[in-house]
Design a protein around this ligand. Structure first.
Ligand SMILES: Cc1cc2nc3c(=O)[nH]c(=O)nc-3n(C[C@H](O)[C@H](O)[C@H](O)COP(=O)(O)O)c2cc1C
Length: 272
C-alpha cells in the first residue's frame, strides 16, 4: 500500500495574517506590508517548521476598505519570492500569475527565472482573474468565463513549451572552445493559438527541477476544475468538509463542449 504523505503550504499575503484587524495588535509591526525583513523572517520560520511551500495569492488592485483594513496582497509576488529565495534554502515558492492579463512569454520568463534563482523551488498558480477590481486595474471588465478559460488552456501550454525550449545540456559555457550554447539543443516553439502565441525559445536555461510546478487555486466552476485537472500538479481550494473536498476534485476533461484550446505550430513564423 503506498504511504500517504501530507504537504503543508502557507499562504503569504501582506505580512499581517488573514484577519483584517491583526495589524492593530501592539506586538505587530505596522510596517510589515513594505518591510521585507518581516516577510523573510516568517518565510524562514515556515521553512524551519516543515512547510513544503509558500503560496502568494495575487489580486493586484486596491479592493478592500483600506481606510481600516490591510491590502491582503504582497506588493509584488515575484519580487517578494525572489527576495525570500535568497534567504531560504528548501521551501517551495508558489506565486500567482494571471493567464488573462499576462502574456505567456512574460509568465514563462519570470517563473523560469525564479526557478533558476531559487535552485528549482518555483511554482506558478495559474489563475484566470475573475475579480472586477483586478480587471479594472488593467482597464477592462471581467472577461467571459469561456474566453478566460480557453485563453488559460492555451497560455499554460505555451508557457510549458517555452520552459521546455532548452534541452538539459544546451548551456555549454565552455571557455576554452568558446562555445556558450549548443544551438542544436535549443528549440523555438513556434506555437499559434486563438488567443496567444510565441515563437520562443526562452532565453533562460533549465532549472535544477527542470520546470516550475503548475498550481491552480479556485473552484467550484467546472471550467476551473477542468483547467486544474488538465494542467496542474496541485490544486488549492476552500472547502470545509471531506465530502466537499471530494466533490471539488479537479477533472481531467475538456471544458464542456468548448474547443480544447490547443495552440498549433505556426506556419507563418520562422524557426531560425
Ligand atoms: C483558495 C483560493 C485562492 C485563490 N487565489 C486567487 C488569486 O490569487 N488570484 C486570483 O485572481 N484569483 C484567485 N482565486 C479565484 C479563482 O482563481 C477563481 O477565479 C474563482 O474561484 C472563480 O472561479 P471562475 O473564474 O471559474 O468563475 C482563488 C480562489 C480560491 C478558492
Amino acid at each position: 500500500m503506498p504511504q500517504k504523505k501530507m504537504f503543508l503550504g502557507l499562504s503569504t499575503t501582506d505580512g499581517y495574517g488573514s484577519n483584517n484587524e491583526a495589524w492593530r495588535r501592539p506586538d505587530v509591526d505596522p510596517s510589515s506590508y513594505t518591510n521585507l525583513d518581516v516577510t523573510v523572517r516568517r518565510a524562514q520560520a515556515a521553512e524551519r517548521g516543515g512547510f513544503a511551500f509558500l503560496f502568494t495569492p495575487d489580486f493586484p488592485a486596491v479592493r478592500s476598505n483600506v481606510a481600516r483594513s490591510t491590502l491582503q496582497n504582497t506588493m509584488d509576488p515575484m519580487l517578494t519570492l525572489t527576495v525570500i529565495a535568497r534567504e531560504t534554502e528548501r521551501i517551495g515558492l508558489v506565486a500567482t500569475g494571471s493567464t488573462t492579463f499576462q502574456e505567456p512569454f512574460n509568465l514563462a520568463r519570470q517563473f523560469k527565472a525564479l526557478d533558476v534563482i531559487s535552485h528549482g523551488r518555483a511554482g506558478w498558480n495559474a489563475v484566470t482573474t475573475s475579480d472586477p477590481y483586478v480587471a479594472a486595474s488593467y482597464g477592462q471588465p471581467v472577461a467571459d468565463r469561456g474566453d478566460r478559460y480557453r485563453r488559460a488552456h492555451e497560455t499554460v501550454q505555451v508557457v510549458q513549451a517555452l520552459w521546455g525550449s532548452w534541452e538539459k545540456d544546451a548551456c555549454v559555457k565552455h571557455q576554452e572552445s568558446g562555445q556558450f550554447i549548443d544551438v542544436d539543443h535549443l528549440r523555438p516553439i513556434d506555437l499559434q493559438g486563438q488567443y496567444v502565441a510565441s515563437r520562443g525559445p526562452l532565453a533562460i536555461p533549465p532549472s535544477e527541477q527542470g520546470q516550475p510546478v503548475v498550481f491552480s487555486a479556485g473552484g467550484p466552476s467546472p471550467d476551473m476544475l477542468a483547467l486544474a485537472g488538465r494542467c496542474s500538479s496541485a490544486f488549492i481550494t476552500e472547502v470545509w468538509t471531506i465530502p466537499e473536498a471530494r466533490a471539488r476534485r479537479p477533472r481531467c476533461v475538456r471544458p464542456h463542449g468548448r474547443p480544447s484550446g490547443t495552440p498549433t505550430r505556426s506556419s507563418s513564423s520562422s524557426a531560425s
